[in-house]
Design a protein around this ligand. Sequence first.
Ligand SMILES: [Zn+2]
Length: 321
Amino acid sequence: MSLPWLRESWLQVVSDIQKQRFGHAHCIPARADLGADTYCRALVDYLLCLRPQGKACGTCKSCLLQHAGTHPDYYEVRSEDDKAIGVGKIRELTQSLQETANQHGAKVAWVKNAERMTVEAANALLKTLEEPTENTYIILTPVKTNGLLPTLRSRMRLHKFKEPSWAETEAWLTQKLGHALSTDDQLRCRHLAHSPLVALSLLKGELADDTDHVGQLAQAMCANGVWPQPTKQDWSAWLQASEAWLQELIRLRQRVAAERLRFPHLSELAHDWLQRQQITVGELNAWLALCYNLRKLTSEQSGLNAPLLLQQQWLQWKHKP
Ligand SMILES: [Zn+2]
């Protein structure tokens, strides 16, 4: 396992498989920011491999089929275009899992965005979990574990990842980038200590830096600047900026040390405004909770007008008598 913070979980899982103590149903949180995808892919390959040794061998017939994306005993189900995973897809899957393995090894199913399963689909899967066929493994990767039906959750092993500390993340980033982090880099990604992959993307310039978005929100909120018009394409970036800005205001209100601020160039503007408006940490936290809630809602339900919902939250920010 190349990602150091996942190594401990990985060794545990390998040891359980070797000792035949690995159950057939697993719920693994889809933490993209921690590399959960890499982890699950390695697990699937390991379970299918005919000669595994600490990881999939990469050379057996099963590994070659898997590498080519044509393994007949591997099944993947996912939500298309953010839509729900219906019962039809799950029935198709459970029927396939009843059949004998083609390669005389394991059968593995990976249900991505598992929280998108309809109740009917989840119930259909539940039946299979209650009566498992031999050497069959089902892996569910929901974005939010508690988005799954409790009856389903109780039949699965719930995996948890240990988040790296800032020191571990910084060491990994230094190794990945090939140089130590500058003070500026540290400032930009210190808040991403528990999301090392996001921090790496940010430092490599692959991720939109939210500094500009935050700047615009700060001007609108504190200096009567123009409020942005989020669209279906960019509302998520605006939500991220909203969270970042509220977190910064909370840090300012709590008078944290200057080196812990993310947007020091906006401090003066924010400070005057906080004084004038007498906004409390409690109010800021309540606004932040609404942002988190919007993120949760949009990940669980499709068809919401997210740009409009976000604008309604901003209305509250400016609606201070
Ligand atoms: Zn192999």
